[in-house]
Design a protein around this ligand. Structure first.
Ligand code: GLN
Length: 551
């Protein structure tokens, strides 16, 4: 691009859950489509060092990067939109900021001075932002500030933005996302909450350059000019963000609102190519014009909060578009599945996906669903804990090891078919101590997995402590559960497949983290294809039955 890295800050006001992550990712997509090198970063104001220790009910899924960072689920959106990997540097929390300031204090790096929020904490925040810019890899660093302006805990972040704007006004830009609610009784869109939110930002010394307004209805010129006048922004910098059918529509909606043009103009970035969004538009076309529909049951214990399985549900959307097949996800609570309910709960499914997880809650329901998938030839994908449950199910119901279990769930069992890794046994700390991030895996020739990937050498992301217990491997293989993916360095089993089944794959890793719009994950694509075959066979069988009964 030939100029200094530009820093774009995205804050949110009025309400949480307005979709800052999607707006940031969409803007990044538009800039990337113009040939720019872009990365996105999330600053989270909570005190946890990372979301790895958080219950998914708190903030949804924990997203794992290739370098093994446990991060906010927004990083998943960034990767899915941009098709570019993120890393630890892309997600910073208050806990991490304080941890590094306190470590420096202990090392004596502050030379006896009083350590304070300003300048020490704000300097550390600014350092975390600039690290990405100074890598020389990016033309734009988009930094999303978590939380809502006005929260006590986000104050140091807004202060850091103020300082960076002051130090370098030409290369920084502030975008504020707000809500313009529609009041039914008045029959009107209301701009007052936006005005208040901008006032609050102004009190903190930040004048937004661009306002992105979430709304259920179109913003007319009257509303736009009112917002512009009261909030000191240009009218063309009042951007409508209307509710969309899918998050993947948002880049095109932002393009229509010329968000990218306004950003480039304000940052004085000239001579830029027009965006090339052909492949993106092609994905949307396939997504919106499916030729078939299949139903996949997602069995997990956090299904009340769908964000807990964000990467999985998005990977199913990408794979569905690739297969020109709409995937209807039936969310099934693993605790609701018992031998008495299982047939009714899983009736009519074309595929069963058993989700990752920790702890004993809902385990029996997961194992029971896998039994049905295996016995009835329903395509099955087990991820991490889902794979481990498949191993337990096979041991118990096919190999007759009736007390087989994982030592995560039961300390002492005659047959610990899933057991703690040796190097995990001495670890006491919970945070950041699992087997995390990228590991290589070699797939067996002729396996379902290698057919799906079209190669035998893969790298996938991990997040677990427990493992397939290798001492049982031969017995499993003799009984028809084959270890088809092995870590070439450690020999750990990463993939298992039931030989006598049309499509039964368990993966110790998490394929969902690597699925993107432009690179749907091969394992998910093959799984969705298998559900299509299953659905076709089912409807064939039922037509067959109808004609038979007519005879
Ligand atoms: N609880 C299991 C383990 O730690 C599985 C983890 C997961 O599903 N991500 O090995």
């Amino acid at each position: 691009m030939g100029h200094a890295t530009k820093y774009i800050f995205v804050t949110g006001g009025v309400s949480s859950s307005l979709g800052k992550g999607i707006i940031s990712a969409s803007l990044a997509k538009l800039l990337q489509a113009r040939g720019m090198r872009v990365t996105i970063q999330k600053l989270d104001p909570y005190i946890n060092i990372d979301p790895g220790t958080l219950n998914p009910y708190e903030h949804g899924e924990c997203y794992v990067t290739g370098d093994g960072a446990e991060t906010d689920l927004d990083l998943g959106h960034y990767e899915r939109f941009l098709n570019v990997s993120t890393s630890q540097a892309n997600n910073i929390t208050t806990g991490r900021i304080y941890q590094s300031v306190i470590n420096k204090e202990r090392r004596g790096e502050y030379l006896g001075r009083t350590v304070q929020i300003i300048p020490h904490i704000t300097d550390e925040i600014k350092r975390s932002v600039r690290i990405l810019g100074e890598s020389g890899e990016y033309d734009f660093v988009i930094t999303e500030i978590g939380g809502t302006v006005g929260d006590i805990e986000s104050l140091p972040y807004v202060e850091a933005v103020r300082q960076m704007r002051w130090e370098n006004p030409k290369d920084t830009l502030a975008i504020h996302l707000t809500l313009v609610p529609f009041l039914k009784a008045a029959g009107e869109l209301k701009t007052k909450p936006t005005q208040h939110s901008v006032k609050q930002l102004l009190e903190l010394g930040v004048q937004p350059d661009i306002l992105v307004c979430r709304t259920e209805y179109e913003l007319n010129n009257g509303i736009r000019s009112k917002v512009a006048r009261f909030c000191n922004v240009d009218q063309n910098a009042v951007i409508e963000s209307i509710d969309a059918d899918t998050i993947y529509d948002v880049p095109l909606l932002m393009r229509k609102e010329r968000l990218d043009e306004v950003v480039l103009d304000k940052l004085n970035v000239l001579d830029v190519e027009p965006p090339d969004l052909d492949r993106w538009a092609d994905f949307l076309k396939r997504l919106k014009n499916p030729k078939s529909t299949t139903t996949i049951g997602l069995v997990g214990k956090y299904v009340e909060l769908k964000d807990s399985y964000k990467s999985i549900s998005e990977a199913l959307i990408h794979a569905g578009a690739e297969c020109e097949n709409k995937v209807d996800v039936r969310w099934i609570h693993s605790e609701s599945i018992t031998p008495a309910t299982v047939n009714e709960k899983l009736a009519g499914l074309d595929g069963i996906l058993v989700a990752p997880g920790f702890g004993s809650r809902g385990i029996d329901g997961k194992i029971e669903s896998i039994r049905v998938a295996r016995e009835q030839g329903i395509p099955f994908l087990g991820i991490c804990l889902g794979m481990q449950c498949a191993v337990i199910e096979y041991a118990r119901n096919v190999m007759g090891l009736s007390t087989a279990h994982s030592t995560e769930i039961k300390d002492y069992t005659d047959d610990p078919v899933i057991d703690l890794m040796e190097e995990q046994k001495s670890i006491a700390n919970m945070g950041g101590t699992m087997r995390l991030g990228n590991y290589p895996c070699s797939l067996a020739k002729g396996s379902t997995a290698s057919a799906a990937y079209g190669t035998q050498d893969i790298i996938e992301r991990h997040r677990h402590r427990y493992e397939f217990n290798d001492t049982y491997r031969e017995r499993f293989e003799l009984a028809g559960l084959r270890a088809t993916g092995i870590n070439p360095e450690s020999g750990l089993v990463e993939v298992i497949e039931a030989v006598e089944h049309p499509w039964f794959v368990g993966a110790q890793f998490h394929p969902e983290y690597k699925s993107t719009v432009l690179n749907p994950h091969p394992l998910f694509v093959a799984f969705v294809e298998a559900t299509k075959v299953h659905a076709a066979a089912r409807s064939g069988a039922s037509t067959g039955a109808t004609s038979a009964s007519q005879n």
